[in-house]
Design a protein around this ligand. Structure first.
Ligand code: MG
Length: 115
């Protein structure tokens, strides 16, 4: 890990503790499912890819040799969060349980490169 400043502690009493993939997916479902389902997969996938682009920009702004501002460093964390949130959304509207899907890594194990 870097010496970058840590994200402030969670002070939201409604936040799931501990924060697990399942808890995050449930939180996203509880808050946004109706809207996400109505939007559908194609438009939601476009949002997801937009967030991937924002993450790409944030990674570039924080790349080795760069001198990111505090705002740019904070934005890097934010964009990782956005990508995970939109991935949860896509999973929710496609009936994918990410905890089960991740058993590929957590239970069965993956050898060699990710596939
Ligand atoms: Mg974003």
């Amino acid at each position: 890990m870097s010496d970058a400043p840590m994200t402030p502690p969670n002070t939201n009493p409604a936040a799931p503790t501990p924060l697990t993939i399942a808890a995050l997916q449930r939180l996203i479902r509880d808050r946004y499912y109706a809207t996400d389902h109505a939007r559908g997969t194609p438009a939601t996938f476009m949002w997801f890819i937009e967030e991937i682009g924002e993450l790409s920009t944030a990674l570039a702004n924080n790349a080795p040799g760069k001198s990111p501002t505090a705002e740019q460093r904070a934005n890097l964390d934010e964009e990782f969060a956005d990508v995970i949130a939109w991935l949860c959304t896509l999973a929710n509207i496609n009936n994918v349980d990410l905890t089960v899907a991740l058993e590929k890594y957590t239970v069965r194990g993956v050898e060699g490169v990710k596939s």
